[in-house]
Design a protein around this ligand. Structure first.
Ligand code: ZN
Length: 435
């Protein structure tokens, strides 16, 4: 288990467990409670955007809140109860109090016949409806007769809530980290991303003084939340140099990086390099216009270089969007490893620099400067090799990431080598040319 920066996977997992019971949706008090819990770890600026506000091609919907929801069988026994798990109620169900026959009720019920013990996760955000989700096994126990149904919800003008932590660096150039916060009791698909993003923010808040980039960590409901943020921050999006959406970071699949639309952004190279250097199984996949909020950031009007870090791809796990995606699917060790990778990616993006070798004719005499082994005939060690690579490639056109890729060395080793050479006057910094 990682304890980098004193963080253990157990702390991340504790946040997953704390947030798990909360009924989140696109809007409502569940999102507010979630942002409040995150805010106790990472101070957030919370924004409330009124229902009816036009955001890009969308409109902020009415706010949805649930007090209670249940189905009672002919004997009055509650056979489906929102208080057992919020997955029982279709998200955004309108208020209902009715008596129905079993046949009428069945039209309102969602099950997974091929996974009869799991409850599906369903929503009806933009079409006013109501329904319940239950296991196929539970459905099979329902007998003929009249059922009483109660959805004690409100769907009324209110607000959409999102939160962000802006961790200032020395420049206004931004790294955007985005996690969706709209899924109810689902562990891997959204809570794992929330936990990793929260602790990434905590770690970066501690190192702000040494960071060039400003880091913005955004917690917003999926799709409409990212669209709302983009709509309200048009003047800021040009500052976003790199970005990542985070979710599905606690399951047993290998770490998986989904490229930006362009596929050759700095974030694409940084993430691929960090994953490759770990020496563990990983996947890099091409952009597709599904998945999470990378869809909004990569859209033609924005084209932000935002990739996505995950383990399981959406729909890859049989537990995806079901009651099987509970905190037991999320392991503390994998959360910690995911956090480590995120930190390394941010460190790389922030630390990448281009230098010029100031003694470019032949090889500078490193031994004279105390930078090279004093005794000939021994093998070149890792730092020496990294220094030689930096000197070889630093003609003003290669960044440290270019060097790391060409040399097949960890970025941190290459950066350490460059810092040593810089301290001995052998390199000069080439100002970054902004695209
Ligand atoms: Zn999802």
């Amino acid at each position: 288990m990682s304890d980098r920066g004193g963080v253990s996977g157990r702390e991340l997992h504790a946040l997953v467990e704390e947030l798990y019971p909360i009924c989140r949706s696109l809007t409502g008090d569940g999102v507010r409670a979630t942002l409040a819990a995150i805010g106790r770890r990472l101070p957030l600026e919370v924004h409330e955007v009124p229902s009816g506000t036009r955001v890009l091609d969308w409109t902020v919907p009415d706010e949805w809140n649930v007090r209670d929801a249940w189905i009672a069988d002919p004997s009055g026994t509650r056979v489906v109860d929102f208080r057992e798990t919020n997955l029982h109620l279709v998200g955004y169900s309108v208020p209902v109090r009715e008596r129905l026959s079993l046949a009428e009720l069945r039209a309102r019920l969602h099950t997974l016949p091929d996974r009869p013990d799991l409850i599906p996760y369903r929503t009806s955000y933009y079409e006013k409806s109501w329904g319940f989700c239950l296991s196929e096994n539970r459905l099979r126990t329902l007998t003929e007769g009249d059922y009483e149904v109660c959805v004690d919800s409100t769907l009324a003008p209110g607000a959409l809530t999102y939160g962000e932590a802006v961790l200032p660096g020395e420049t206004a150039d931004e790294i955007l980290i985005s996690a969706h916060v709209c899924h109810p009791s689902l562990g891997n698909d959204n809570l794992s991303g929330i936990a990793v993003a929260t602790w990434l923010g905590r770690a970066l808040a501690d190192t702000a003084a040494r960071r060039s980039h400003t880091v913005r960590i955004l917690f917003a409901p999926g799709t409409i939340g990212a669209i709302t943020w983009l709509s309200r921050n048009r003047d800021r999006v040009g500052r976003i140099r790199h970005g990542l959406t985070l979710t599905n970071l606690g399951d047993g699949n290998p770490l998986t990086y989904k490229r930006t639309l362009g596929g050759d952004a700095r974030i694409d190279r940084a993430a691929s390099h960090v994953l490759a250097q770990r020496g563990l199984p990983f996947r890099v996949i091409d952009y597709t216009p599904d998945g999470y909020d990378e869809r909004q950031y990569n859209s033609p009007g924005f084209r932000l270089p935002v990739g996505s870090l995950m383990r399981a791809r959406p729909g890859e796990l049989p537990e995806y969007h079901t009651s099987g995606d509970d905190p037991s699917l999320v392991s503390p060790e994998r959360l910690a490893e995911s956090l480590d990778v995120c930190r390394e990616i941010v460190d790389l993006l922030d630390g990448d620099r281009t230098y010029r070798n100031l003694a470019p004719e032949g090889e500078p005499q490193l031994g004279r400067r105390g930078l090279y082994r004093a005794i000939g005939g021994t093998a070149v060690d890792g730092l020496e090799l990294a220094m030689l690579w930096v000197l070889t490639l630093s003609d003003g056109s290669c960044s440290l990431l270019d060097v790391s890729e060409r040399a097949g060395l960890p970025f941190a080793a290459v950066r350490t080598a460059a810092e040593a050479l810089l301290a001995h006057g052998l390199l000069s910094l080439v100002p970054e040319q902004k695209a």
